[in-house]
Design a protein around this ligand. Structure first.
Ligand SMILES: *Cc1c(COP(=O)(O)O)cnc(C)c1O
Length: 305
């Protein structure tokens, strides 16, 4: 049985009036671990346990780590999550509250990931946060749910970090016969590893991540995201941190849902009436567990400076 929930799909009257086209919201913020991540992490974890995994090891201090911890608790399997030093206390607390062991190692995700590989070699199954076909297959369920609940989209809005959500959406679109639907792949300026790769025609590793949207901070996207990004109607689009945070605030007012700037980045296209939009729009409201009142105060202050 899948570990994710079927989330609400609703037509936003406010955003439809604002953009002049139908806007449909897929509310992944309603998943128990607060983001779409449980679709991919839940699926890969279930497969691993079915194949005999006795321990799951994750390297993400963000929503992927939280989703693996949640999946492990549901499956009755112990989980170790290695997080880098810059992971917030809040996320460490949330992951530990799911019963997972939290180990702090290294400055950035790449360091934590290297340690997670070592730990998994001593007895455990490594769950990659975005670069695995089982992750994409799990994320594709999102499109299967909306198919039949809404007309064929004119475009789909997706935020991109490492590209696991994008790849799942593309797979789902192909599987339901919507393979020609344009996808707007949104990143913030300081985390635009997909945009850089598509422009260069080869994988690009960013020197650093300079964005408030930490969840989008993969220095290099999955190589398959580049391959499919070039083969499908995928348009990479970049927005500012300011636009992402402003969209988070507007969305909270309009829909009483608080999301991370990683998600606000996609929503910013709606609030800014981006010229690439084509109705009916399907916006994946990817969510995020780091969204709190206190975090929102920080984000607002940060983008003003
Ligand atoms: C992980 C995440 C993303 C990016 O997903 P990728 O699969 O890494 O591209 C976007 N938004 C939120 C809230 C996330 O947790």
């Amino acid at each position: 049985m899948p570990l994710h929930h079927r989330t609400p799909l609703l037509q936003s009257q406010t955003l439809s009036l604002h953009t002049g086209m139908e806007v449909w919201l897929k509310l992944e913020s309603a998943q128990p671990p607060a983001s779409f991540k449980i679709r991919g992490m839940g699926h890969i974890a279930e497969r691993a346990v079915a194949e005999g995994a006795g321990r799951l090891v994750s390297s993400s201090g963000g929503n992927a780590g939280l989703a693996v911890a949640y999946a492990g608790r549901q499956l009755g399997v112990p989980v170790t999550v290695v997080v880098p030093h810059r992971t917030s206390e809040l996320m460490k607390t949330r992951i530990a509250a799911e019963g997972a062991e939290v180990i702090v190692h290294g400055e950035v995700w790449d360091d934590a990931h290297a340690r997670a590989i070592e730990i998994s070699e001593q007895g455990g199954t490594l769950i990659h946060p975005f670069d695995h076909p089982h992750v994409w297959e799990g994320n594709a369920s999102l499109i299967h749910e909306v198919h039949g609940e809404m007309p064929k989209p004119g475009c789909v809005l997706v935020s991109v970090g490492g590209g696991g959500l994008l790849l799942g959406v593309l797979q789902g679109l192909r599987e339901v016969g919507w393979g020609d639907v344009p996808v707007l792949a949104v990143e913030t300026h300081g985390a635009a590893s997909l945009g850089a790769a598509i422009a260069a025609g080869s994988l690009v590793t960013l020197p650093d991540i300079d964005s408030i949207a930490l969840t989008l901070g993969a220095k290099t996207v999955a190589s398959e995201a580049l391959v499919q990004g070039l083969a499908h109607p995928v348009t990479p689009i970049q927005v500012s941190d300011t636009a992402a945070v402003s969209a988070v605030e507007s969305f909270l007012d309009d829909h009483r849902v608080l999301v991370e700037p990683a998600c606000g980045a996609s929503l910013a296209l709606l609030y800014d009436r981006h010229p690439e939009l084509a109705g009916p729009v399907l916006a994946v409201v990817c969510g995020g567990a780091a969204a709190t009142r206190e975090a929102l105060d920080h984000w607002r202050r940060d983008v003003r400076n």
